[in-house]
Design a protein around this ligand. Structure first.
Ligand SMILES: *Cc1c(COP(=O)(O)O)cnc(C)c1O
Length: 402
């Protein structure tokens, strides 16, 4: 078999340098365990960035994908197929009815659809957007224009869009920024790529109010937070009576198969005219079959409650640790960040991998944990047991570097 170092060399020679060369080459996954090209085993605590919600090789997903691929793998949007209709019906049900769905193939495309949808729905005189500092909505030009991480946006502008950024969670700043000329507010319930940073309680209800007062559309990006990650179908369901106008989904929805969805609620359900938008692969039968298997399995295996319980357990056990590099944790459900007292997250990620745990240095001082939703308390326990040693080793590595 090809070794990890060999693969990494070939990667460097044949793939563009935008990712750098990832340190680990994975070949196989079973449940919450993955194996690298050199046969080393890891506990997967990142799930391909909150994507592999059922873990790896879950029979429900494997069977659904295999069956659909063998039956009809692709139709294009020239033809109707049952999986796409079923999945749209399920999503409409999960958001509480009175909604319609557009299927894309990724998160950024779901947001591009949302962007066009709210432009279509906006009356004359609306010409600017409001989004959050440090927010993340994707890498294609429209979604990137709305992304508040300056370092990844600024080199690629201008985008031909007037986007005004406000501090995430600051309702006064939002109310100040949004008036009757605003097309839409784009925001996340918790900012995943910024380091799993939650907004203050009541923030989404406040966004709803500001949008109601001004007629701006409320676009909620639940690409990372949706489909069970926080212990609810959608993170915004933690706040009573909060309904966005447009909801975007991807990541965990397909359980590892590429799919995105833009859900228009209320009057946004029918805002597109015929011909306004499209995607050759969007709503692909195999991806839809995978997403249906994910939703069914979350229901059948009680994974929402499981995620809430195991997520709380993870948080309690982190909180109970006393280590000079660890300030605490934040997040909800199985979507957390270890807060560090120093910018050593990259060292923590590296030292965790050496000891058989995959985590993600999402920010210099934050380590993201987003395991498959099927992870057990025993598996969480293995990580907690190893964490003090990992943090010691990270501190030592950081000291050596200085
Ligand atoms: C990952 C992510 C995206 C972009 O999704 P891609 O599938 O990578 O295009 C957009 N918004 C949020 C909140 C995300 O976490």
């Amino acid at each position: 078999m090809t070794s990890g170092s060999d693969l990494r060399e070939r990667f460097a020679a044949s793939l563009m340098p935008n990712y750098g060369v990832p340190p680990v080459a994975l070949t196989l996954g079973r449940g919450c365990e993955v194996y690298d090209a050199d046969g080393r085993q890891y506990l997967d605590l990142i799930a391909g960035i909150a994507v592999s919600s059922l873990g790896h090789g879950h029979p429900a997903l494997v069977n659904a994908v295999a069956r659909q691929a063998a039956t009809l793998a692709h139709t294009s949007n020239l033809f109707v197929h049952e999986r796409e209709v079923e999945l749209a019906e399920r999503l409409v049900e999960l958001v509480g009815g009175d909604a319609k769905v557009f299927f894309a193939n990724s998160g950024t495309e779901a947001n591009e659809a949302a962007l066009k949808l709210v432009k279509r729905a906006a009356g004359p005189g609306r010409h600017y957007f409001v989004a959050s500092d440090r927010g993340f909505h994707g890498r294609t030009s429209g979604a990137l224009a709305l992304t508040g991480k300056d370092a990844i946006r600024e080199p690629f502008g201008p985008f031909g869009m007037d986007v005004r950024f406000v501090p995430h969670g600051d309702l006064d700043a939002l109310a100040e920024a949004v008036d009757e000329h605003c097309v839409a507010v784009f925001t996340e319930p918790t900012q995943g790529e910024a380091g799993v940073v939650p907004a203050p309680e009541g923030y989404l209800a406040g966004v709803r109010r500001v949008c109601d007062d001004t007629g701006a559309a409320f676009v909620l990006d639940e690409i990372q937070s949706g489909i069970g990650r926080t212990g609810r179908w959608f993170a915004h369901q933690a706040e009573e009576d909060v309904r966005p106008d447009v909801l975007t989904l991807a990541k965990g929805l397909g359980g590892g198969l590429p799919i995105g969805a833009c859900v228009g609620l209320g009057r946004y359900a029918d805002a597109f005219d015929r011909g306004d938008h499209g995607s050759t692969f969007g709503g692909n039968p195999v991806a839809c079959a995978a997403a249906l298997a994910v939703i069914d399995t979350i229901e059948n295996e009680g994974l929402l409650a499981h995620t809430a319980v195991v997520g709380d357990l993870l948080a309690e056990q982190i909180d109970a640790l006393d280590h000079p590099l660890l300030a605490g944790q934040r997040g909800s459900g199985l979507w957390r960040a270890l807060e560090l007292t120093a910018p050593h997250a990259a060292h923590v990620q590296e030292q965790a991998a050496v000891r058989g745990f995959l985590v993600n240095a999402v920010a210099p001082d934050a380590v993201r944990i987003a395991p498959p939703l099927v992870i057990t308390p025993e598996e969480i326990g293995l990580f907690i047991e190893a964490l003090p040693t990992i943090l010691d080793a990270a501190e030592a590595a950081a000291t050596k570097e200085q």
